[in-house]
Design a protein around this ligand. Structure first.
Ligand code: 9UX
Length: 72
């Protein structure tokens, strides 16, 4: 199954930051695509919730040093 979610990311100041977060997300097993936008401070992630959870995606973002916030 495929799920699309958004996660707010605080603390990014340049496009190198967004690429770092994108690379980390894209390297996670269960993630199909990940796009991070600096202007909106949002990640959009397509993933299989049977393989990886929303909270694991948030933890991966936090591990890059940025703050991850739930978007409903
Ligand atoms: Mo450069 Mo973006 O250190 O935080 S990657 S500003």
């Amino acid at each position: 199954s495929v799920q699309i979610c958004q996660i707010r990311i605080k603390g990014m100041t340049c496009t190198s930051c967004t690429r770092t977060v994108e690379s980390v997300l894209q390297g996670i097993h269960g993630v199909n695509t990940a796009q991070v936008a600096l202007a909106t401070e949002e990640a959009e992630i397509r993933y299989d919730p049977k393989i990886v959870s929303y909270s694991q995606l948030m933890e991966a973002i936090e591990d890059t040093g940025f703050e991850a916030i739930i978007i409903n």
